[in-house]
Design a protein around this ligand. Sequence first.
Ligand SMILES: NC(=O)C1=CN([C@@H]2O[C@H](COP(=O)(O)OP(=O)(O)OC[C@H]3O[C@@H](n4cnc5c(N)ncnc54)[C@H](O)[C@@H]3O)[C@@H](O)[C@H]2O)C=CC1
Ligand SMILES: O=C(O)[C@H]1O[C@H](OP(=O)(O)OP(=O)(O)OC[C@H]2O[C@@H](n3ccc(=O)[nH]c3=O)[C@H](O)[C@@H]2O)[C@H](O)[C@@H](O)[C@@H]1O
Length: 448
Amino acid sequence: MKIAVVGTGYVGLVTGVTLSEIGHCVTCIDIDQTKVEKMKKGISPIYEPGLEELMKRNIRENNLFFTTNHREGFKDAEVIYIAVGTPEKKDGSADLSFIEEVAINIAQNINRNVIVVTKSTVPVGTNYHIEKIIKQNLVNDIKFDIVSNPEFLREGSAVFDAFNGDRIVIGADNNKAAQIIEEVNNNYGIPVFKTDIKSAEMIKYASNAFLATKISFINEISNICERLGADIEGVAQGMGLDNRIGSQFLNAGIGYGGSCFPKDTKALIQIAGNVDYEFELLKGVVKVNQKQQRILIEKLEQRFGELGNKVIGVLGLAFKPNTDDMREAPSIVIIKELLNKGAIVKVYDPIAIESAKKVLEPGVNYATSVDETLYKSDAVLILTEWDEFKEIDLSLFKQLMNQPIVVDGRNCFDLKGALENDIEYYSIGRKEINRKSEELESLSNSIR
Ligand SMILES: NC(=O)C1=CN([C@@H]2O[C@H](COP(=O)(O)OP(=O)(O)OC[C@H]3O[C@@H](n4cnc5c(N)ncnc54)[C@H](O)[C@@H]3O)[C@@H](O)[C@H]2O)C=CC1
Ligand SMILES: O=C(O)[C@H]1O[C@H](OP(=O)(O)OP(=O)(O)OC[C@H]2O[C@@H](n3ccc(=O)[nH]c3=O)[C@H](O)[C@@H]2O)[C@H](O)[C@@H](O)[C@@H]1O
């Protein structure tokens, strides 16, 4: 089938590339000329494992094209996917200006009957808004249908998710259109769930809000565990064994970040507010997340008192491993606060340094390796659980740092290893490990 995809962020690019991989002829359209030039050469503008190989192959086989020109991109397209951003406005609601612009682009440039599929995460009712804008601005006498097809991929495993997702949600009022979009997706081999348009739009927000709730919940439990001397890892494992709860998304840490959970939770609070419903639970989730992002600063202050002139190394900047995406990364909030408190901040990330430079405060020192970050630091914070950090030789902390104090926001190391390597180790929801502690012997025995 001939398909156009508008917008080549994570969602648009992965959608376009994987649709070409399953046998469609796809043209991706973006208004960013530099990005399009890169993509035409098979270079991915985002770091996403496996994506570039698929891009290159499908470009070579003439299944995948890129353009900045909407008319050229829509030419003969039977299906048009909308995958532009829906960022957060100041009041927390979703900014639909990119979506509205694309609706006008479509109305002015389509030359045949077409199905318009919205992949972007949009508030309930937006697909009808898109339909209205297209109708009002149509230039040619053609017919079109609208379909909601929200995206559930995760950054860092987006290609894997495209072929192994749990479900594809198709929301439509017209059975024929729903059936065609189901056929388009056939070769992904993923179960399809069909529903009406508004419910499909809500499934996306409710899913993200639920996952965010799970994270804030386990983070609160971890804070209580710390105070009571219970161990969050065991608690999460024990909870997850109940199939009704499930073991995923129970990793306590420094709060969720990224381009979607923070904005989608706030947008859903607004969506509910618009129909006079106060979503109290979700408001709590957002508040807990904001508090959790500061938890490592509290731990540092408890240990040092003042942070002025302390050299703090930071390992990990991206909001999660395997991506260079810095959108709403907890590292931004934490580093800003460290600088405000007068600390000297040295940071390292295996992939996200260049994107981090665009968003972090001036005054940050960028290191090029773990060793350089550790060297003569008074404490090290771990903010992203990259494999490179999980595999660090633990003896390096004592060898390279002024004092081996590690405040780990992602529970990368086991307590026994930290203890054996003389690390003063603070993590999330677990016992503190500290050679200075008088309980050292008994603690050591209990861990062994
Ligand atoms: N990033 C993610 O992992 C996921 C994102 N989503 C949702 O998907 C949507 C897109 O998100 P991202 O891929 O992160 O977007 P993004 O913001 O990274 O990229 C959007 C792209 O659209 C382009 N664009 C804007 N207006 C355009 C126009 N009129 N014509 C052509 N191109 C245009 C921009 O130049 C940009 O390259 C959002 O609604 C988001 O909530 C859903 C699931 C996962
Ligand atoms: O709508 C979206 O954009 C996407 O949002 C998330 O995907 P993503 O943001 O890429 O990453 P996640 O793996 O969900 O992680 C989000 C944040 O939660 C944090 N997290 C995740 C899991 C966990 O157990 N604990 C935890 O703190 C991560 O560190 C990260 O900061 C969802 O998982 C996707 O299904 C959805 O499509």
